[in-house]
Design a protein around this ligand. Structure first.
Ligand SMILES: Nc1ncnc2c1ncn2[C@@H]1O[C@H](COP(=O)(O)OP(=O)(O)O)[C@@H](O)[C@H]1O
Ligand SMILES: [Mg+2]
Length: 735
């Protein structure tokens, strides 16, 4: 993220005049409001002072050591940068949140350090910019792409790259077009001979043989042409499907590799609609429409050259109406484009709604909200189809007239040709006229096709930019150039870790923890204090903001994600079983596991007995379409899945929270066996289940407040003691 903006000339001069030579600029960032007005001002922070500069004027210069408690605050419609001056909270400047909030949160932290004389170096931030520096519009989510300033050449290059191996097939329409063109030029020429030399000649019947020969030639050419079209159609089908497969796999692969942070910003329905619908639109354009367009363009040029050679005058007639038609088409293009984007948004909304409500159908039913769901869905589809209908109607109304405008020239040719013919001076024969009209038709066909380009291009670019949004996204968590594939022993050390999902809102603050291999650590604290966040960081679903996490003295950033996650076993509160057999679900993390291994894992998880009681045992189908298992049963399958690959680190996040006490015992028993000899991080709502943990880490609002064994912490009568007592009271009250 940029923290050192270049000042405009006027501001820079003002700053030079106001500052002394030995001041070092640490930060220089823009602010956006002065009172109610939008402005382009700058806050400049040096190692001693903080300046506010607007249009060549220094609005203030404060000694930074007189200020404290730098902070940012979200106001209505904008944000403020504050500090305390002589104990009074003072607004330093106001700025636009999306564009500058994370910037100012870094600057605030930096100023705090300068004020305390804790650092002489400016902080840096690896967070990406969210707004285009050129035009100020937001980037596509999690990318550095501005849809407005993006170099279109780049997009097309990428697309071209994706067509590797399919190019010959895609070029075939061009070849067909050339042959078709040749046929279509030859046939009118033959027809002309037939009309002028045989049909209109006196005693035409004596030329019957020649005439039939000519018909036969025409039929043959037509057959050749059609055969080529068949080949072209078949090749297009192959190329189309391959391209679709390639693009879909690329998208799915990318979607799977995206970091949790960005997955959470997208809905499943949205991702699915991109992988299904948008890919189909792009595929159709690339493998069907585009080659056709190229071929048509090519035909158009050839037809034009030939027509010019035959009769420049006729050519002129073709082109007289064209400028009007083209103007019309461009106007129309703009409108259609906007309408298509709108239709896409509506379609996506319907899709997401559908997905959401089918996934949550239990909730819908249990609240008796079926009618509302149906009603909402109808409204959405109605809006979508109304938009699509109106787009189609507009297109189908305007398009024929575009066609008429384009073809106007052919009527002129007919008129002119007939005038010449009736003039009877021999400048025109019926055969020649027929040939001309035929040729002008050859030119009109590609022209008419070209008029459909705008509609298809706009549908294509809309869909393609949606796809690019995903393809171009840089995963926030990614492997370094040469990641290490370590064999994990299980020592984990968390050093001075701070983290926030948003940089301006820290969730964990300066957490430290040392765990030896094989130890079990319980993480305790109120809901929302950051327990799950801490284990997310250990699994490296997110990268820490400050500090480091080391496993066996290697920073998790340097370990390949694959090696890391394949040696961590996780059991969460919510278990997702994939559609398939219980066996498949258990061996999910180790597809080549033997039957013995699967049964052993199930036994460890206390799952073997209940599985054997099912009519089909390990082959019972579970998941979306399968047998419904109870929460405890699902959880035990999840545990079996977590142990089968013998992970060195085990993570249990409220694994028993949703279960009744009886089942919990069974599972607790399984978990105890499981954690034996593995480094284990356990989060549990019921504190009693963490009693045999080697150490307990107690968190409060992201900070470690206590650390020690259960006995030590009870002895201490501090925060943990209070938590335990409160829970006992609550349980007593229940009984
Ligand atoms: N993906 C996320 N994006 C933004 N904030 C989050 C996200 N996940 C959790 N938080 C916030 O972080 C804080 C800690 O959450 P979490 O670690 O899940 O708490 P715990 O597991 O202790 O209940 C909460 O305030 C929560 O709202
Ligand atoms: Mg949690």
């Amino acid at each position: 993220m940029k923290l050192l903006y270049d000042l405009p000339k006027k501001d820079s001069e003002a700053f030079k005049a106001a500052s002394s030579g030995d001041e070092k600029i640490m930060y220089s960032v823009p602010y956006d409001f002065e009172g109610e007005k939008r402005v382009n001002g700058y806050i400049v922070v040096t190692n001693a002072f903080i300046y506010k500069i607007l249009d060549g004027d220094i609005l203030f210069k404060y000694d930074i050591s007189e200020l404290s408690d730098f902070s940012t605050e979200v106001l209505y419609g904008s944000c403020g940068f504050y500090a305390k001056k002589n104990g009074i909270s003072t607004l330093l400047c106001m700025f636009i949140s999306g564009r500058n909030l994370s910037r100012y949160s870094v600057v605030a932290a930096g100023c705090e350090l300068i004020a305390k004389k804790a650092s002489n170096e400016p902080l840096t931030s690896s967070e990406h910019e969210k707004f285009c520096p050129k035009c100020g519009r937001p980037f596509l989510i999690n990318t550095q792409i501005c849809p407005f300033c993006q170099d279109k050449k780049d997009i097309y290059k990428k697309l071209w790259g994706m067509t590797k191996g399919l190019r010959l097939m895609m070029l075939f329409p061009l070849f067909t077009a050339i042959v078709a063109m040749a046929v279509r030029f030859i046939v009118p020429a033959i027809q002309r001979v037939a009309i002028d030399n045989y049909i209109l000649k006196e005693g035409g019947s004596s030329h019957l043989t020649e005439f039939f020969l000519i018909v036969a030639a025409i039929v043959t050419f037509d057959l050749i042409n059609r055969a080529l079209n068949v080949v072209q159609g078949r090749l297009a089908a192959i190329a189309g499907n391959r391209f679709m497969r390639i693009l879909r796999s690329m998208l799915f692969e990318k979607a799977e590799s995206l970091s949790m942070a960005s997955i959470q910003q997208k809905s499943t329905g949205d991702l699915m609609s991109r992988i299904n619908n948008d890919v189909a639109v792009v595929q159709n354009f690339i493998t069907n429409l585009l080659p056709t367009y190229v071929a048509q363009l090519f035909s158009f040029i050839i037809a034009l050259i030939l027509l010019l050679a035959l009769s420049p005058m006729m050519c002129l007639f073709v082109f007289i109406p064209l400028p009007f038609a083209i103007f019309f088409i461009f106007k129309f293009w703009g409108t259609m484009r906007q309408r298509n984007v709108h239709a896409w948004i509506l379609a996506r909304r319907t899709h997401i709604y559908l997905q959401d409500n089918l996934n949550g159908i239990r909730v819908v039913k249990s609240f008796g909200k079926e009618d509302k769901a149906i009603n909402d869905f109808e409204n959405y589809t109605e809006a979508q189809s109304a938009k699509e209908e109106s787009n189609a109607k507009l297109f189908d109304t305007v398009f024929p007239f575009v066609g008429f405008a384009v073809r106007l020239g052919s009527y002129l040719i007919l008129l002119y040709g007939n005038i010449l013919l009736f003039g009877g001076d021999g400048r025109m024969h019926p055969g020649k006229l027929a040939q001309f009209t035929n040729y002008s038709n050859i030119i009109y066909e590609p022209l008419m096709q070209i008029t459909t380009i705008p509609r298809n291009i706009s549908a294509f670019t809309t869909s393609f930019s949606k796809i690019l949004e995903i393809l171009e996204e840089e995963p926030e968590v990614s492997d370094i150039a040469l990641p290490i594939d370590i064999r994990i022993e299980g020592d984990v050390s968390i050093k001075n870790v701070s983290f926030g999902y948003d940089s301006y809102n820290p969730v964990l603050k300066n957490v430290n923890l040392e765990v030896k291999k094989g130890e079990m650590v319980g993480i305790v604290g109120h809901s929302g204090c950051g327990k799950t966040t801490l284990i997310n960081l250990i699994m490296r679903l997110y990268d820490v903001t400050e500090g480091s996490i080391e496993i066996d003295d290697v920073n998790v950033r340097d370990i390949s994600q694959n090696a890391l996650r394949s040696q961590i076993g996780v059991v969460l509160q919510e278990t997702h079983l994939f559609s398939g057999s219980i066996r498949d679900n258990i061996r999910y993390s180790k597809p080549l596991a033997t039957n013995e291994e699967i049964v052993a894992a199930a036994r460890t998880a206390n799952a073997h007995d209940f599985i054997m009681k099912l009519p089909q045992g390990y082959n019972t189908i579970v998941g979306e379409k399968g047998l419904s298992l109870s929460g405890g049963e699902r959880q035990r399958i999840a545990i079996a899945r977590a142990v089968i690959h013998n992970p060195r680190i085990l993570i249990l996040d409220e694994a028993t929270a949703a279960l009744d006490t009886e089942t919990e015992k069974l599972i607790q028993d399984a978990l105890n066996r499981l954690s034996d000899g593995r480094t284990t991080f356990a989060i549990a709502h019921r504190l009693s289940t963490l009693r045999n943990a080697d150490k307990l880490l107690v968190l409060d609002r992201g900070k470690v407040v206590e650390f020690g064994t259960h006995a030590e912490l009870i002895e201490k009568k501090g925060y943990y003691y209070k938590l335990v007592m409160a829970q006992r009271l609550a349980e007593l009250a229940k009984q």
